[in-house]
Design a binder for this molecule. Structure first.
Ligand code: ADP
Ligand code: ASP
Ligand code: MG
Length: 416
């Protein structure tokens, strides 16, 4: 007998018919002799609807109250899925995050799980019940409700798998697995049989929303194999697992895009020690994540600094920067929300040159201007105008021949 965690995303519980399908699959897995814990997201569109309601009242809703609000989406779906399972003749029990409890820190809207108690759930499982857990939510040390960030139900599922030492963690979604790029953008996207934790980490952090980044971090840390698959069929999906030789041989394994960032440029910043520290220190103190940063060459002791933040943090970041430019004597601030980040990811990049130039060449051929570039060992990202996002993704997918097996080490130029 195995302990199976099954996580179902928003579209998989989007209406009553889909909820019945989820219940049927959970029951089938149980009747095959397994213990089953189901983790569910809010019904499709529900979380967006709740966030929009809050924004109709204020551009900067209070973090604590926003989490109380958005966590209700999952409360609805756990109840409905549990009722559906019960109506199929199985014992079932639903849990919200605070009832388990799933303990987190107090970073509202992007809380990190610190501990998951397994006692109550194990007791129910031992008693033969199917357990249905609300994804995306937890509780902090004060007893306040927290949420884990958009897409966070994946993280709940992997954290449950770790806490309960599950045999399998299945992530059911609206696509057949992890593809070389978003199949809803590029019809030539190819499903991957396997992908390494490291590549999946990069792809998730660069916008491939098929898995939440913290879910992949947890899975890597505790070596939990994650099977991403479709809730609408029984096809084998993609296994996210430890890197093997075959994966290493591919130079680029995926292309991602992300339209969630905005760019802030501060002009004529005095070019002297301590300025960057003052600026980014204040932004970090407000718990705002900065992604790319560039500072151009200084002229006459003045430089421009450009950096990106998540769009939802733009308002807060702009207010902080306005205060600071007065203090440090910079000239002005300019913001741009019409940007996107396109990236290529692959562990094989570690040992190959020429990858960046192929990427820049593919963008140039389409007349797409690159505003910012950042690289790491296994990824290259470019900030471009958001209207070119889909075109850029398809061009990069073609340039690295990802519709076939992808450019391998044998085809590419090895680093001397
Ligand atoms: P769920 O609601 O099930 O959590 P998400 O919408 O969060 O589903 O994630 C699934 C979506 O991720 C797909 O519909 C697809 O558009 C998108 N996606 C982006 N990049 C990829 C990729 N490389 N492979 C598969 N899906 C991707
Ligand atoms: N319901 C949350 C969201 O839409 C969490 C999730 O779906 O994973 O982001
Ligand atoms: Mg998701």
């Amino acid at each position: 007998m195995a302990l199976v965690i099954q996580k179902y995303g928003g579209t998989s519980v989007g209406d009553i018919e889909s909820i019945k399908n989820v219940a049927q699959r959970a029951v089938r897995t149980k009747e095959a002799g397994n213990d089953v814990i189901v983790v569910v997201s809010a019904m499709a569109g529900e979380t967006d609807k709740l966030i929009n309601l809050a924004h109709e009242l204020t551009p900067l809703p209070d973090g604590r109250e926003l989490d109380v609000l958005v966590s209700t989406g999952e409360q609805i779906s756990v109840a409905l899925v549990s009722m559906a399972i019960k109506s199929m003749g199985h014992e079932v029990k639903s849990y919200l995050g605070f009832q388990i409890p799933i303990q987190t820190d107090s970073a509202y809207g992007k809380a990190r799980i610190t501990h998951v108690s397994s006692d109550k759930i194990l007791k129910d499982v031992e008693a033969g019940k199917i357990v249905v857990v609300a994804g995306f939510q937890g509780v902090d040390d004060e007893g306040d409700i927290t949420t884990l960030g958009r897409g966070g139900s994946d993280t709940t599922a992997v954290a449950m798998a770790v806490a309960l030492n599950a045999d399998v963690c299945e992530i059911f979604t609206d696509v057949d697995g992890v593809y070389t790029t978003d199949p809803n953008i590029c019809e030539k996207a190819r499903k991957l049989g396997k992908i390494s934790y490291d590549e999946m980490l990069e792809m998730a952090s660069l916008g491939a929303k098929v898995l939440h980044i913290r879910a992949v971090e947890f899975a890597k840390k505790y070596q939990v194999p994650v099977h991403v698959r479709a809730s609408s069929n029984d096809n084998i999906g993609t296994l996210v697992c430890q890197e093997d030789e075959e994966m290493e041989n591919v130079v680029v394994s995926g292309v991602t895009c992300d339209k969630h960032e905005a760019k802030i440029t501060i002009t004529k910043v005095p070019d002297k020690p301590g300025i960057a520290h003052r600026l980014f220190g204040a932004i970090a103190a407000a718990n705002i994540m900065v992604d790319m940063i560039i500072q151009n060459m200084s002229r006459e002791g003045l430089a421009d600094i450009t950096f990106t933040v998540i769009k939802s943090d733009l308002h807060k970041a702009t207010n902080i920067v306005r205060e600071i430019i007065r203090e440090i004597g910079a000239k002005d601030i300019d913001t741009d929300e019409n940007i996107a980040k396109v990236s290529i990811v692959g562990t094989g990049m570690r040992s190959h040159s020429g990858v960046a130039s192929t990427m820049f060449g593919a963008l140039a051929k389409e007349g797409i201007n690159i505003m910012m570039i950042s690289t790491s060992e296994i990824k290259i990202s470019c900030i471009i105008e958001s209207k070119y996002t889909e075109l850029a993704v398809r061009a990069l997918h073609d340039a690295f021949q990802l519709d076939k097996k992808g450019l391998t080490k044998d085809d590419a130029t090895p680093t001397p």
